[in-house]
Design a protein around this ligand. Sequence first.
Ligand SMILES: C[S@@+](CC[C@H](N)C(=O)[O-])C[C@H]1O[C@@H](n2cnc3c(N)ncnc32)[C@H](O)[C@@H]1O
Length: 215
Amino acid sequence: MPTASLWERTLTFFPQFLRALEEHCEPGATVTVIGASDGKFVLPLAKAGYDVIAVEQDPIALNGGEVLLPVSGIGYAPGLVERLEVANLRNQVRIVCSDFLEVAPPYVAADAVWTSCSWHYSANHRRPLSEFVRRMQQLVRPGGVFGAEFMMPVELRHQAIEHYTTPDRLTPFFGPPWNVLVTLQTNTFTEQAHVGQLQDHTHRMGLLIAHRLPN
Ligand SMILES: C[S@@+](CC[C@H](N)C(=O)[O-])C[C@H]1O[C@@H](n2cnc3c(N)ncnc32)[C@H](O)[C@@H]1O
């Protein structure tokens, strides 16, 4: 029986990224997902026929295990590996269990790169956000696509952490050979409780999708 991602119900701009992929990349292109977690985006990409490289540092997200959930409390959650096996998609996905900031870029190079709400994780604050963004850019072959959705600052403490960013602060990184295709941002909205955030909470999210011009 198909399993659901722990992140299934959180807001995403992923359909806009898929559209850019279809427009700029060949069917069967390789897409690297940074912060792949249990596969909310990896499974649909593999199902759509893309080869996926999934980079994730959390072994429970990859291999499954006990997690603390709102309402139901501690329970078992399947990880990416199990979810791919159940969906018969394991052969299309290469999993890299590592901190992206420690992975050598050529190892995970691809036609497109996507990340969803990974930048603001506190483990990433030890390095400038620009390093994360540049590393993602380096993975994308000429002609390919960069996509990132990210948390924007909401609380006062976020103002001091550059990893809660905005489309305006990111666009200067996307001079030639990049062409920004779309930026979006939400107003503040209420996200329902989920793993890691056991109460309903307030977010503001942004999106940037860019095309790397062919050589
Ligand atoms: C908010 S969660 C994922 C939710 C998202 N909606 C999804 O399913 O893709 C972000 C994930 O990014 C991972 N992550 C954050 N920084 C990372 C890094 N430097 N390297 C690898 N994974 C990272 C976290 O471990 C977490 O699983």
